[in-house]
Write a protein that binds this ligand. Sequence first.
Ligand code: SF4
Length: 399
Amino acid sequence: MKICIIDADLIGRKKHRFPNLVCEKISAYWKEQNAEVELKLNYENLEQYDRVYISKVFTDTPVPQWIQDGVDMDNVSVDLPANIYVGGTGFFFAKAPNLPNEIEHHMPDYHLYDDWIFDEVKKAEARANSEGREFKRSKFIAQFKEYLDYSIGFITRGCFRKCGFCVNKKYDHVFEHSPLEEFYDLSRKKICLLDDNFLGCPNWKELLQQLIATEKAFKFKQGLDERLLTQEKCDMLFNAKYDGDFTFAFDNISDYDLIHSKLKMIRNSTKSNKHSIKFYVLVGFESTDHIDIENCFKRIELLFKYQCLPYVMRYQNKNETPWKDSKYRSLYVTIARWANQPSLVKKMSFRQFCEANQALHKTKGTYCSSMKSLVDFENEYPDIANRYFDMRYEEMKCF
Ligand code: SF4
């Protein structure tokens, strides 16, 4: 039996560096049946395989036209050669069918990508040698850490919130999905959880205790729902061996008071800045006007007070990118360029960031795009600009 596995995001997205868990589970399942399994990096000669599995996570990842034409996203059906199986949110968005149980609950094949990584390292080393540069192997290999260092899985699945911008609409509650031992590989240094809303699981405490008991660093890649934090949850989480930044979301300005109370709770558990705490700040979803811009800055202001970092996410879905049609398109870009670079946002106000860009602008007597977006908005809405454009992370700590 010859099995071909195609991680479409790996082929179609240049900088994509995260293993496709479905591909890893399919691989492990078929290897156990003694099949010959290949991770394929192109779409050629697919007829030579008994089964070809093509998976993609992102809707905007390109695939060959014949595949796209054969997929009916709305009716979750395909009209493709019989040996081709496609799946994932990238093809079917919120309607993506589940894997069969025996594959879904299989230990992933964490070595599916080994040959590809080996080839990438070899190619980069050869390139460096031919250009007379030193090849820093460990630095280069760091980009593959998610493939090499982590056990990956969903300890819970589902979410009850049904946010309008989110793909997770299939379930209306959070439930236990994979017991830790189903995907936990002792030989791997760390654990990466892909759960949709872990804190919403009724059994969160026992599951968190299990994670802590492994003594491995762990992280929730999709972020955590800070609206569900309690002091007990904060104390356990912020004292655990967490891997990297804690990530939450501050999507709606209507949650302002609730988030404020949770930020106080977070800082009760962690007074210092030892933990980097980041919040996604969704923009361009409810509107793309001055109110949306103001709401963005208002959320950033609150985060700064509790020494948390924003990550501005410009909303887009499979068909639309509303911020690109906004008169503030350039302002959205500038805000994201400022807010999403921790080293800059910690040191500079928004205005200082634009001034720094202007200083590098070559055409004298004109504004660079960043400064122009600031000036235009400030002329239109001086009160909003006055309140937010000069605020500085360093000066705002309130706890
Ligand atoms: S809370 Fe998070 S996972 Fe749940 S629907 Fe909203 S964005 Fe999606």
